[in-house]
Design a protein around this ligand. Structure first.
Ligand code: TRP
Length: 335
């Protein structure tokens, strides 16, 4: 009798244990599945600068132990410069309930902002987040958006241009009228150059198809062309620099990656470093160590001096010795 009682007790205990174990593991599996964070990356289009930003972001996530497909899901989408793609992808990220959405370039961030006011958004290089009305304050963003600015050091850039071309009097600027970051920088550069007594001629394009005609005619009026961080011009930089070179006119771009594509020189921010900082922000949010509302926008101050020796030879321009020395020390010379 005693034995049977004990047997019953054991059986009941075992049953209870099995039922508990069944639910417990089921529950655990669910938690584990939910725990793989999802990051949506929306890149405006493909050009070397934005590609570098994405590379820096990817490498930084890896550096912090996030391996795509294993303990993180990175959903990368390229909008091919198309507004309706931007909208569709942004909505998709919200539907997928991503943990963090990254917008590379201003239009991507604006589109994500229109799609959600709750999911954290990290800006991968927006030139002037406050000025564009994306956030009310760069130091205290207040909402669901923070990130990195790629504001170019325009004063240092003009200083470099004048060191390389001491006789410069007429400078041209090409920008895309619909590109907010390019428009802002064009206006700033125009002001700085005019203050220094230079004549500034500004030409705008609507899309990449205008580039050939506009740069041909501008090259006839100026001694050098400056281009801001302009997404359309960045994608057509090889074309622009070769057209200008035919008339012996150098192109000085605002971004380092554009020097590789035929620009003559710049003192600019590393696009890769912008991506790295974007990645640091994403990791901070994923780990619950920060919220966009209280994470200030990062402005990277340190630039890199990049010279294109090959282009200089084409244009019959010799870099001053002092500039070459600086580039050898803290920058790069493309040969
Ligand atoms: N600042 C641009 C924007 O806000 C994006 C960008 C970052 C960019 N780096 C660049 C554009 C270099 C041209 C070249 O949209």
């Amino acid at each position: 009798m005693k034995h049977t009682k004990r047997l019953y007790g054991t059986i009941i205990f075992l049953f209870a244990f099995l039922i508990f174990a069944f639910f417990y593991t089921g529950h655990n599996e669910k938690v584990a599945k939910n725990k793989i964070p999802k990051v949506g990356v929306l890149q405006l289009m493909s050009h070397p600068a934005l590609d570098q930003i994405n590379q820096g972001l990817d490498d930084t996530l890896k550096k912090h132990g996030y391996i795509n497909g294993k303990n993180i899901k990175i959903e990368f989408q390229n909008a091919q410069g198309d507004q309706s793609n931007l909208r569709t992808i942004s909505k998709q990220f919200v539907q997928d309930n991503v943990d963090v959405a990254v917008g590379i370039a201003t239009p991507s961030v604006q589109s994500l902002k229109n799609a959600t006011s709750t999911i954290p958004i990290v800006m991968g290089a927006v030139t002037d987040p406050k000025g564009f009305g994306i956030i009310p304050s760069n130091t205290k963003p207040g909402g669901n958006i923070t990130g990195v600015s790629d504001q170019a050091p325009l004063e240092s850039q003009l200083k470099l241009i004048r060191e390389i071309m001491p006789d410069l009097k007429n400078i041209g600027i090409i920008y895309t009228s619909s590109d907010m970051s390019a428009t802002t920088e064009m206006k700033k550069m125009k002001k700085i150059a005019a203050k220094q007594g230079l004549n500034v001629t500004v030409s705008s394009i609507s899309n990449v198809n205008d580039l050939e005609q506009v740069s041909t005619s501008l090259s006839q009026k100026v001694q050098a062309i400056f281009v801001p961080t302009d997404n359309t011009v960045a994608s057509g930089m090889k074309l622009l620099s070769s057209i200008a070179a035919k008339q012996n006119i150098p192109v000085f771009p605002a971004a380092t990656t554009m020097v590789k594509d035929g620009g003559l020189a710049t003192y600019g921010l590393s696009q890769y470093e912008l991506g790295e900082q974007t990645g640091e922000d994403v990791v901070k949010i994923l780990r619950g160590k920060g919220k966009p509302a209280t994470m200030p926008v990062t402005f990277i101050k340190k630039g890199h001096l990049i010279l294109n020796e090959k282009q200089a030879q084409k244009l019959n321009i010799t870099f001053p010795e002092s500039v070459i020395k600086r580039a050898q020390k803290e920058g790069k010379i493309i040969k």
